[in-house]
Write a protein of this length. Structure first.
Length: 144
């Protein structure tokens, strides 16, 4: 028998009034993944949009279960962007840690994101060998 430990359940209510429930688990590279902050309206909206298209990814509540440095590197690779593009520049930690310094390496930025997951841009939808940042939320449809 196969069992999975769930960390939380996320409820998304679409504009149509339908509700969708997603169970957030730990990272598993073998399926669609959605790095989600349930307090973020863009993150909730993009997840609802995926649900309306019949996609129910593994939801990773990344503030509660931060991805490892290796997982962040893999997300950056799948995005095809530099690590800096994954940073939330408006967060206090961005300023406090001096992350605007252009001399910082991708490794240093990934270390900061791992230590302070609030710095990771959201939402991120990962499907197979590709990933997108869901800003605007319609970006998630690029991988369908």
């Amino acid at each position: 028998m196969h069992t999975t430990e769930f960390l939380c359940v996320v409820r998304i209510q679409c504009a149509s009034g339908r509700s969708y429930f997603f169970a957030a688990r730990s990272y598993n590279a073998g399926m669609d993944q959605y790095f989600h902050n349930p307090r973020c309206s863009k993150s909730r909206g993009a997840l609802a949009l995926l649900a309306e298209h019949g996609v129910q990814p593994q939801v990773v509540a990344y503030l509660d279960t931060p991805p490892s440095k290796a997982q962040i590197r893999e997300i950056v690779r799948k995005l095809g962007l530099p690590a800096r593009a994954l940073l939330r520049t408006g967060e206090d930690a961005y300023k406090d840690l001096g992350l605007a310094d252009p001399a910082l390496t991708d490794a240093a930025l990934i270390d900061a994101m791992h230590a302070h997951p609030i710095l990771i841009e959201r939402p991120i939808f990962v499907r197979g060998d590709r990933a997108v940042i869901g800003r605007p939320i319609e970006n998630v449809l690029q991988l369908l």
